[in-house]
Design a protein around this ligand. Sequence first.
Ligand code: EPZ
Length: 417
Amino acid sequence: MQKLLIDGKKILSGNINISGSKNSALPILAATILNNHTTIKNIPLVNDILTMLNLLKFIGLKYKLSKKKNSVEVINRNKNVNTVAPYKLVKTMRAGVLVLGPLLAKYKSAKVSLPGGCAIGTRPVDLHLFALKKLGAKIKIKNGYIFASATKGLKGAKFKFPSISVGATENAILAAVQAKGITVIDNCAIEPEINDLINFLKKLGVKIKTKGRKITIQRSVIEKKISHKIICDRIELGTYLIGGALVAKKLKLKNVEPNLIKKEIDILKKMGVKMKVGKNFIEVYKSKNIKNINIETNPYPGFPTDLQAQIMILMTQAKGLSKIKESIFENRFMHVPELKRMGAKIEIRNNTAYIFGPCFLNGAEVMATDLRASVSLVLAALIADKRTKINRIYHLDRGYEDLEKKLVKCRARIKRV
Ligand code: EPZ
């Protein structure tokens, strides 16, 4: 199993190109089932994307991936389509469940493995199924699989999600695109990645309107040759911004859309982080006087749960007590015991972490447990004394493109063994 060896306390300086958003590319790839010829640009070359491409291939689509150009062409000839998402693929990547909506809408039936829980929580899919049932689907769960069918096709409907879910909103939109009539969905997630999916579907000719958390979709015929560029990965951007604030003389983050993380930029500025925000770049510099702050994760436009572990590292360097309330996932503090082994002073009570700073971190052997927990350990290792050994780094490869290469180019001492 591969490990990362990181020698901390090296001052970083240089440029980092931010990749396309993984969480935007995944539902857009699922949406290519609805079309016949799609080119997607700015695709991040990370393992979750390769798993999704494998799933599309299993279903019967063809793809040509250009690693040099970070682009992929996906072709659906509607021949030998297998409307199944098998356990072996969905278990490694929950976003596999996003093919359920488009398969059901287009081919009137689908068999998709239940994804099960994961390190950060139980993560049920009841809201996905709730939406599909509202659109007229018949759903059965048997042998670990969701069997969905709509023999006469899906029908437009008006409904409200009982709580907000990114994936369920995406699945509902992807199914509603081919449901007869008009669908109006309320209490939707409105993350920038959902907006990217909507913009992609609009290019296909789908009529979609959004107003606050309400999305209206009109059935559309959508077979067109189109090309779409994925938005920048706001979580990768936020991760390197925090990295820069911790250890960079000057880190220039390029190919970015700063408006995607306006709120996070404001929070970092409140914490005393110095940065220069341009039109498509952000420069960030190591900040000496980090101030403590309290934050709570929430659906967009709230603070993203996907940046919670990373900002905690900055909090360990802030003067005084900082608090983070995790309101999205029930088990997303798995990095805390590892950080404590590196010397961080953190207590967890219910769903709140209390971080007492500033504290000196020292290198240790630690274990990565999920994608964002893993990257928080990388950030901690960058400021720690001596060497940190991070085990189980396959989590990082699921969602961060060229992490070591990007950091090593900026003078970090990182080795994969
Ligand atoms: C997406 O997951 C992201 N994944 C996650 O990114 C992100 O953490 C999460 O949204 C929240 O922002 C992708 O976009 C591929 P949810 P998703 O459905 O859609 C509960 C990363 O590190 N829920 O919005 O699975 C659920 O348990 C990751 O890149 C139900 O109860 O998240 C959670 O408590 C990990 N029933 C809350 O809703 C359901 O049917 C929000 O989950 C669905 C969700």
